[in-house]
Design a binder for this molecule. Structure first.
Ligand code: 13P
Ligand code: SF4
Length: 308
């Protein structure tokens, strides 16, 4: 089916089924443009909590749709493709994480939202890249903390909060790939440019950044900052909203280590297509289903984040 027809059908299904489409900034531009709300992980969680729609169509990856279901057990949550996973979530198998926690009995467990429902259920508090520092700072200085699953974000938070954190050894395959050497050579080519980076990047990229923040924070920064050229070290689809917000500015995707030109795109996010979005809305499937006991345990740690 042609894109214009697909878009027409998606809008009519949205109305007919009282559905809301929530999309992450890493979704391809065509999907972002049919969504009712485009945001970062925290914004999407809040939106999912507030909506009165009957169906939440989650254009993002599996852990994001699961989070929406954890918050909204009585709503139908569907996503375009069940295979839209996440390398960070996969790097933290619940059984291994449980053992890791047992090795550090007097620690509070803070987990980045990019993890499975099982890992959320094992955690005390969930955080996203936009509130992680606030969550850590809400705990007394002497409180020992395990942080998982992203070791890059964890190391960044340890530096920012000046605390020792016990880190789980997980990474995001997209943010891990940015090349310090190539970024520096791009900076030399555009001497007035600013580097904006997501805290999932390695420390050798973050050390050169003019601004570090979540996707929403980077978007806000480039909107209000006075520079006219930015090198963006995160998933390349965020550039779509940056260009929309500031059409007069220039945005350059940060180069990656490998020679692959699409390696700054998340392969999991890009599994979703407009066609699959339409199909999942038509069939109301695949649907996210979570065992209620497990959901309740995961809900507690998500709820703590919402309170903070
Ligand atoms: P945020 O949009 O919350 O910054 O998360 C980035 C990310 O990697 C999502 O998978
Ligand atoms: Fe996971 Fe990284 Fe993709 Fe985000 S960008 S969904 S953290 S693999």
């Amino acid at each position: 089916m042609e894109n214009t027809k697909l878009i027409e059908n998606i809008f009519s299904l949205k109305k007919k089924k009282n559905a809301i489409i929530l999309a992450h900034y890493y979704q391809n531009p065509a999907i972002q443009d049919v969504a009712d709300f485009v945001g970062d992980s925290l914004g999407l969680s809040h939106k999912a909590k507030k909506t009165d729609a009957d169906i939440i169509v989650f254009a993002g990856v599996h852990f994001m749709a699961e989070t929406a279901k954890i918050i909204n057990p009585n709503k139908k949550v569907i996503l375009p493709d069940m295979d839209a996973g996440c390398s960070l979530a996969d790097s933290c198998p619940p059984k291994d994480f449980e053992q890791f926690i047992k090795l550090h009995p007097d620690h509070i467990v803070i987990s980045y939202i990019n993890c499975s429902t099982e890992v959320k259920a094992l955690s005390d508090i969930i955080c996203t890249s936009s509130n992680a520092l606030r969550v850590i700072n809400s705990l007394p200085k002497e409180q020992k903390i395990i942080f998982g699953p992203d070791k890059n974000l964890g190391a960044y938070l340890a530096r920012k909060s000046r605390r020792e954190l016990v880190l789980w050894d997980g990474v995001c395959i997209v943010h891990q790939e940015f090349s310090e050497k190539e970024i520096l050579s791009l900076k030399r080519k555009y001497p007035n440019s600013k580097l904006v980076a997501h805290p999932e990047c390695t420390s050798y990229v973050l050390d050169y950044a003019d601004f570090i923040g979540s996707t929403t924070a980077m978007l806000e920064f480039t909107k209000t900052d006075s520079a006219t050229t930015y090198i963006v070290a995160t998933e390349a689809c965020l550039l779509h909203q940056m260009k929309k917000n500031s059409p007069e500015k220039q945005f350059l995707p940060a180069p990656v280590v490998s020679t692959c030109s699409a390696c700054n795109q998340c392969p999991y996010m890009q599994i979703n297509t407009l066609e699959k979005l339409y199909k999942c809305m038509k069939e109301e499937s695949p649907e996210i289903l979570i065992d209620e006991k497990l959901r309740l345990r995961a809900y507690q740690s998500v709820q703590k984040m919402m309170e903070i």
